[in-house]
Ligand binder design. Sequence first.
Ligand SMILES: [Zn+2]
Length: 495
Amino acid sequence: MAVPTGEQGLTAELVYIGKGLPADYGQADVQGKIVLMDGLAVPRAVKTAGEHGAAGALFINAKYTHEMIVSPVWGNPTPETVNLLPKIPVVSVNHADGQLIKSSFENGAKVSAFIQTEVDTGWRKIPTLVAEIKGSLEPDTFVMFSGHIDSWHYGVMDNGTANATMMEVGRILSKHRDKLRRTLRLAFWSGHSHGRYAGSAWYCDTHWEDLYENCVMHINVDSVGGQGNDVLTEGSSMVEMVDLGAGPIAAIANQQFTGSRFSRAGDQSFLGTGTPSLFMGLSEREPSQEPASQAFSLLFGGGRAGGFGWWWHTTEDTIDKIDPANLVRDCKIYVSTVYQACSNAVLPINQAAAVQEIKGYLTTYQQQAGERLDLSKAIMRLTDLDTKVSRAQALIQNASFSETQISMINERLMELSRLLVPLNYVRGSIFDHDLALKAVPIPALAEIDQLSRSEIGSDSYYQLRTLLGRRLNQINYTLLEANREAEQLLEIITE
Ligand SMILES: [Zn+2]
């Protein structure tokens, strides 16, 4: 959320700044002015406007205005992050009104704009609903199946259909509770939009140890059953979870799920706890040139799908946008996925895929850094780890184990996730939450990009090498521990 203007509003000169990318500002003087931009109101654009001294921001959306969140602070602010909350008022208008505003610039006229915003920001109690169906063999461990319950306007698709899916999954699995090896924990978050994931972040902060020790995976559901939402190949997934999602999607929708890397969004508050994660949205539209679709695909995932529909986050998210057949299809996929997650003897986590993905990123970073940074120790450890984990997975497929062995195998698989998920996705402390801003893979090494462009021998070169050397110690040691876990895993399997 942005800031309120008060009764008097804000009157200032309006400056059109294209898409509001840093490059779009060029020589424009926007100090104390209101910047007018095309696109959805996203944190990056508001941050850039603030950095250039703008006094307000006005976004021109699509046919309808889309409600958005412009704060990069994940969950409750702390003394370290409170200053990152947006400091300027932000409003959005629809495309038609935007064209009208733009037309007032004709003949180079200076345009003055008046905006007034009402925003209520403060500390509030918000509800978190949690329900459990206890597993029979490993009841202390649990699969967390979550979705947000707060919505914009009617919010039938986002997130009414997802809430219904969670209840249906709970209803069906409760009839088969004797077959659930581990516990199913359903969690309905508030604060998804109005608190920037405040509900899930609070839950993580409050139950950190339980999540770290016992949560085997997080499955999320958002905006299912939309009309025309027939692309089921691109949903968010950690690479180690793709196989789990791919089975039900192939069986029920006859599509080959490849998944997209999670962006920093969608109540993914459980990366620090090293929790493998599957799905946010499941079914989307074909990519299109429609502005809402373009913006959406850049916000989430790899930009290969077209989002949830033009009605997403507007007043038009009503029941006529839901296709009952699609909702049944999506719900079946969730029932099957969650059931397998709760009942498979050995945890369906493809750790070899995670190791190979991380190795791929590090290899690319090594090429980028060249002689400036030596990543060879990390890459060597990943090669060793890949050999061990791949061998373990092949052995697991072709053998049967005692109950004790299965529990021990699962513990080692979870330990591997506790090491690999933060390595792949977390920049700061595992007890903290990174900002809701775009992050590169293995975010602890984000500065490799700057290092590769720095002049060898310059101050910034030495500073970046010092920083990255420390970060590399963290990565190398994590991989040493992961190799030890993989050795123990092999010992259990080959006993
Ligand atoms: Zn949603």
